[in-house]
Design a protein around this ligand. Structure first.
Ligand code: BG6
Length: 509
C-alpha cells in the first residue's frame, strides 16, 4: 500500500482491463445509408469480435425498406464481410445475429415507433438488454426533429425504470449557429445533456487522443508550447477523393461546414487548450470551450480566408472531373471544396500566434496533420551560409494515414565544412506498438454504451464553432466565387498567397 492507500500494481492492472459494455442494445435510424454500412455495422461486429459487447447485445435497424429481420441481418453480414477490421468468425456472428431485429417504417409513422417499442421490450426479455438502448440518428439533419419527437412521444427516451436511454447524433449539427441552437433546443427538450452523444469521429481517432498524451503526459513539450517559442500552427486535413456519391449532402454545405466547423476546430482546441484537471468529460469540455470562446477571426476576411473549388485535373494517374461536372451538382454552384482560414486565440499562451486551418477535397494526397512550427533560434554562432538550407523546427502530429509524430530540427551535414540542414526524428505507431488501433467508430460506439462522454463535443462547443464560422460563410456568400484549383494539386494559389503575405508557407506533407 502507498501513503495514499492505493495499491499501484493492482490499479495498473485494473486500468488495462478491457472496458466491456453492460447489457444493452443499439437502434440505428438511417440504417440503409453509407455510414451505417461502412462504419457502424462493421464497428459493432469488431467490438463483438474483441469481446467488448455483452452476450445478449442487440442491434435494431429502422428504415423504410420492406425487409424482414433476415434481410437486415444479411445486409449487416455483407457490410461486416466487406468493411470489418477484424477477421470474420462464424461463432461471433451467430451470437450477434440472435439480437438483430428490423423495424419497418417512416419517421412520422406512429405505428412503426410502437413496433420499435415492442421490439425493445421483446429484446429485453429474449436477450437481457435490461432496457438500455442507444438511438443512433444516422439521418439527414432535417429528420432529427421528427425522430427525437417520436422517441419522446412513444416513451422511448424515458429512463424512469432504472435503465438508460441515449441519443447519438451524427454531424452536421445544424448549418449555422441559429439552426444548431434550434436543434439543441429540440434535443434537450427530450434528452438531458448526459443522454446526448454528438459524434465527431475525429475525436475517436487514436492519434487525436494522443495530442493530449503527448502534451500532458510528458515534460519536454509543454514548456515550449506557447507564444514565446511557437511561430504558428498549421492544421491540415487533405483528401484526395472528390465528393463521390454525396452531392445531395455536400452541395450547399461545402468544406468549411463539413469539416472545419467540427473536426478541425476540435483539433485546434485540443492543440491549444490548457491542461485539464482530469481526463474526465467535464474537465476536457471546460478547457476546449475556453479555447473556442477565445478564437479571434482575422480582421480582413478577404485576405485571411480562402475558399476553392476543384476543377478537372489528374489524380493518381487518372483524369478527374471538376466539381461542377460531378453528378448531381448545380453547374452554377459556389460550394467550397477547399477552405483555408487564419485564426487567432486571444489568451496569454497564444496571443499573436496564427493558427492556419485548411482542408480540401481532390488535393495532392490524403493526409491529416497538426504542425507546430517554432520560431527561428534568436541567435546563430554559425556563418549564414551554414544555415542557408535550415528551416524552422517543427513538431508534427501525423493524424493519418501514417500515424505518428515527427520532430524536425537542424543537424550538421557530414563533411569538413559546417553546413546545417533539416532532419526528422520519427515516431510511427506501426513500429512502436504491436497493438492495432480500433476504428474511430468502434471506440465511440463503445463509449456511448459505457456512458463515457469524454470524446463527444458538447452543446457549447458546437455552438461556439458555428459562431466562428458564421461570419466567414456570410462573407463568402456575398463576395464572388470560390477560386478554382486543378484536381490533384494543393489548392488555389490564393491560399499560398495568404501565407506568403505573412512570410510563411504551407507545408507540403
Ligand atoms: C467526414 C466528412 O466527417 O469526414 C467527409 O463529412 C470526409 O467529407 C470524412 O470525407 C473524412 O474522414 P476520415 O476519417 O476519412 O478522415
Amino acid at each position: 500500500m502507498t501513503a495514499h492507500g492505493a495499491n499501484p500494481l493492482r490499479d495498473a492492472a485494473d486500468r488495462r482491463l478491457p472496458r466491456i459494455a453492460g447489457p444493452s442494445g443499439l437502434v440505428i435510424f438511417g440504417v440503409t445509408g453509407d455510414l451505417s454500412r461502412k462504419k457502424l455495422m462493421p464497428a459493432v461486429y469488431d467490438l463483438a469480435n474483441r469481446g467488448l459487447l455483452p452476450p445478449g447485445f442487440s442491434l435494431v435497424g429502422f428504415a423504410r425498406r420492406e425487409w424482414e429481420h433476415e434481410d437486415f441481418a444479411q445486409v449487416v453480414h455483407d457490410a461486416v464481410k466487406e468493411h470489418a477490421r477484424t477477421p470474420f468468425r462464424e461463432e461471433v456472428w451467430q451470437q450477434l445475429v440472435q439480437g438483430m431485429r428490423f423495424v419497418q417504417g417512416t419517421f412520422d409513422d406512429d405505428e412503426a415507433f410502437e413496433r420499435l417499442r415492442g421490439t425493445i421490450d421483446e429484446l429485453d426479455k429474449a436477450q437481457g438488454t435490461g432496457g438500455n438502448f442507444a438511438f443512433y440518428l444516422s439521418v439527414p439533419p432535417k429528420s432529427f426533429p421528427v425522430v427525437i419527437q417520436q422517441l419522446k412521444k412513444h416513451g422511448l427516451a424515458d429512463q424512469s425504470r432504472g435503465s438508460w436511454r441515449r441519443a447519438v447524433i451524427e454531424k452536421p449539427f445544424g448549418h449555422d449557429l441559429a439552426s444548431a441552437e434550434e436543434l439543441n433546443a429540440i434535443v434537450h427538450e427530450v434528452f438531458a445533456p448526459d443522454q446526448v452523444f454528438r459524434i465527431d469521429h475525429y475525436l475517436g481517432k487514436e492519434t487525436v487522443q494522443n495530442i493530449l498524451a503527448l502534451r500532458f503526459a510528458n515534460q519536454m513539450f509543454e514548456p515550449i508550447w506557447n507564444r514565446s517559442f511557437v511561430d504558428h500552427v498549421q492544421i491540415t486535413m487533405a483528401e484526395d477523393i472528390g465528393i463521390g456519391g454525396r452531392a445531395g449532402y455536400y452541395d450547399g454545405i461545402g468544406a468549411a461546414r463539413d469539416v472545419i466547423q467540427n473536426h478541425l476546430l476540435q483539433l485546434m482546441a485540443l492543440t491549444a487548450m490548457e491542461e485539464p484537471a482530469s481526463f474526465g468529460a467535464d474537465a476536457l469540455a471546460a478547457e476546449k470551450t475556453k479555447v473556442l470562446g477565445a478564437v479571434r477571426l482575422p480582421k480582413d476576411l478577404g485576405t485571411d480566408t480562402v475558399r476553392g473549388q476543384y476543377a478537372a485535373g489528374w489524380q493518381g494517374g487518372e483524369k478527374a472531373v471538376g466539381y461542377l461536372q460531378e453528378e448531381g451538382i448545380d453547374p452554377q454552384s459556389k460550394t467550397d471544396t477547399y477552405a483555408a482560414i487564419k485564426l487567432g486565440i486571444d489568451n496569454r499562451r497564444w496571443a499573436g500566434v496564427p493558427f492556419y486551418l485548411r482542408t480540401g477535397k481532390r488535393l495532392g494526397r490524403r493526409v491529416t496533420e497538426i504542425a507546430v512550427v517554432f520560431q527561428r533560434a534568436p541567435h546563430s554562432p554559425f556563418d549564414s551560409t551554414a544555415t542557408e538550407e535550415l528551416g524552422s523546427n517543427a513538431i508534427v502530429i501525423r493524424v493519418q494515414p501514417d500515424e505518428g509524430v515527427t520532430v524536425r530540427f537542424g543537424s550538421k551535414v557530414p563533411g569538413t565544412s559546417m553546413e546545417i540542414r533539416d532532419v526528422s526524428m520519427d515516431f510511427a505507431y506501426g513500429e512502436s506498438f504491436t497493438e492495432s488501433s480500433p476504428e474511430a467508430y468502434e471506440r465511440l460506439i463503445l463509449d456511448v454504451l459505457l456512458g463515457d462522454a469524454n470524446l463527444f463535443p458538447r452543446t457549447e462547443e458546437v455552438e461556439l464553432s458555428w459562431k466562428i464560422l458564421d461570419p466567414i460563410e456570410r462573407y463568402w456568400d456575398t463576395h464572388g466565387k470560390p477560386a478554382q484549383y486543378a484536381s490533384g494539386t494543393w489548392g488555389p494559389a490564393e491560399a499560398d498567397q495568404m501565407l506568403e503575405r505573412d512570410g510563411r508557407s504551407w507545408r507540403r506533407p
